[in-house]
Design a protein around this ligand. Sequence first.
Ligand code: HXC
Length: 519
Amino acid sequence: MSNHDKIRQLIEMRAQARLGGGEKRLDAQHQKGKLSARERIELLLDDNSFEEYDMFVTHRTTAFGLDKQLYLGDGVVTGHGTIDGRLVYVFAQDFTVLGGSLSETYAQKICKIMDQAMLVGAPVIGLNDSGGARIQEGVRSLAGYADIFQRNIMASGVIPQLSAILGPCAGGAVYSPALTDFILMADKQSYMFVTGPKVARTVTGENISEEDLGGARIHASKSGVTHFVTENEEEAMQVLRKLLSYLPQNNMEEPPLVANTDPIDRADDALNHIIPENPNQPYDMLDVIHKLVDGDEFLEVQRYYARNMITGFARFNGMSVGIVANQPNYLAGVLDIDASRKAARFVRFCDAFNIPIVTLVDVPGFLPGSGQEYGGIILHGAKLLYAYGEATVPKVTIILRKAYGGAYDVMSSKHLRGDLNYAWPMAEIAVMGPKGAIEVLYNKELAAAANPAERNAILATKEKQYRDELLNPYEAAKYGYIDDIIEPRNSRFRIIRALQTLANKKLSNPPKKHGNIPL
Ligand code: HXC
C-alpha cells in the first residue's frame, strides 16, 4: 500500500467510525428527536477543541454473533476538549451501536479518560445514552462497569464529575451517574431505572410506563435523583457549561473569579419591606436571592425537589458561592427529610470544592409527626448538621426571620463554625414559636381558664411577652451568637465584605480515615 493509500485508508476509517452504528441507526436516533454522540460533544465543547481518543477500538466478543457486529469506537466517543477555554474530559455513549451498551473495551475507553482527568485535575462529563452492561459479554461487561464505579468513587471530591442523561439508561448506566456530583436529564427523552418497565412487570406485576417509572420529571420531583431537567439537549449542554463556570477544575484549586459589573454596595430598599408584618405570612426567598447576587444570576440545583429548601450557585463580586436557603413560600420552609438530604449533599459538594456557602435562614423547625419519624428524620436531619459542622469553607449566614429550635443550630449557626453570622432586625431566634412555647409553659393556667375568651386572653398576653422578651435577634447577639444585626437593604454589601474577609480562611478537621456521616 502506498503512503497515499495509507493516508486515504486512515481518512476512510475515521469517516466510518464517525458513522457509529451506521446511517440507518443515526437516522432513527434523529427521528426520536435525539442527537448523535458526536453532535452532543460538538454542542458541549468550545468550537474545534475536541480531541478524540481510541477511535479504532473494537470489542473482542464472539458470542451471539457479535463478531459480525464490529463498530469502530465500540459505541462510546471519548476524549478531551475545552469549555470556556478550560480543559474537560468527556465521554458520549452512542446508542446507535448496540444500544450504547457497555463492553469490556468500551469501559476501558472511559477508564482511560477518567485516569487522565485525575492525572491533570480536570472535570469529567459523561453524556449517557445506554442500555447498560452489554448482555452478550456477560461478566466482562459487569467488570467493566465496576472498574468505572471504582474510578467514580476515587474521583469523588477530587475532580467535578457531571452526568447528562440523554436517552433510556438502565443498570450500570444509572449507577455510574449516581456516583457523580450532578445529574441532568433532558425532558421526555431520557429515563433512568435500575430495571426497566418490562422487568418491573415480570417481577412485581407492576404496569408502569417508562416516563412514570424513571422520566426526568419523576426524578426531579419525587426521587431527587436528578439535579437539573432541561427541555432539550441544546439546553442541557448550556446548563452543563454554566454549571462548570461556578466550579474549580479540582479540589486543590479555587473556583474561577469572574469579572463583575454589579456594584458591590448596591443597597436594595425593597429588602427592608420583603418580610411581611404578619410572621405567619410567607414570602418568596428566591426574590431575596435574586436581589442579593451579582447580576440577578442564580443557577438553582434540584429546583423541583424538596422545594422548602433552595440550593444553587451564584456569585458575589465575581466569587462563586453555594447558596442554601429555606423557602417560606413552600411548607413554611420547614426542615424535613427531603430538604435535609438535599441541602446536606449540596453543602458537602461545596465544601469538597472550596466553594463558600451563604446560608439564608427562615425556618420554623423540623416537621413533626410519624411520617417523618418513621422515615428517619433523626438520621436525615443529622446529615445536614454533620455537613455544616464538618465544612471548612467560608460560611456566611443571615437569619432573616424565623430560626426556631434544632433548625437554628443546623442552619450554619455560629456553633457549627459559622464564620460570620448576621440577623435582620425581624429575626426570631428561639427554642420554638410563641404559640407552642406558651402552651408548654402555661399549660396549667390555660387548662384552668374559665372559658375560651379567658384562655385566649392568657395566650395573647403571654405570647406578647414571649415575642418582646425572647423572639428577637438581640438575645442571640447579646451572647455573640450573632455577629451583627444588619439592615436588610445592606445585605449584599455585608455578604461580599464577609466573603472578602474570609478569602484566606484556613481551617482543617482532625486527621482521620473518614468520618461516619449518618447515611
Ligand atoms: C446488548 C442491548 C442492550 C444491552 C439494548 N441493546 N440494551 N444490547 N446489551 N444491555 C440493543 C437492543 O438489542 C437493540 O438492538 C438496540 O440495543 C436498541 O435497543 P431497543 O430495545 O430496541 O431500544 P429501546 O426500545 O429504545 O429500549 C432501550 C432500553 C432497552 C430501555 C435501554 O433496550 C432495555 O431495556 N435494555 C436492557 C436494559 C438492561 O436491563 N440492561 C442490563 C443492565 S445490568 P437491535 O439490534 O435489535 O437494534 C447492568 C449491570 C451493571 O448494567 C451493574 C449495576 C450495579
